[in-house]
Unconditional design. Structure first.
Length: 102
């Protein structure tokens, strides 16, 4: 997907603050440690999500060969951050009607 192919759909779109990640002490999906801050430009957020996923890819590849639990844990948290960013933007694109998220 080229950057030009998404420009029309992200123009003026900002984060809403609904994207969350990191399990809280209860372990429930309703109890999260972190939340995306509202008001960030969509193009910037998508760039950051892509950067995070690039790191996840490298970490998971290295973790596979080195059997390193710390790398697996880092990849898990980075992927959660990227997911929260994308979910937050998707929520805004859908007019705030995202339904029940997992």
């Amino acid at each position: 997907m080229s950057k030009g192919s998404i420009e029309g759909s992200t123009a003026g779109l900002k984060t809403t603050g609904v994207g969350v990640f990191g399990e809280g002490a209860s372990g429930l999906t309703t109890d999260r440690l972190f939340r995306v801050e509202p008001g960030h430009n969509a193009d910037f957020v998508l760039d950051q999500a892509a950067l995070l996923m690039g790191c996840v890819s490298k970490l998971s590849h290295n973790a596979w060969f080195e059997q390193d639990e710390a790398m697996v844990c880092a990849a898990h948290f980075l992927s959660g951050m990227a997911k929260a960013l994308v979910e937050d933007l998707a929520f805004g694109m859908m007019g705030g009607d995202f339904g029940k998220r997992c």
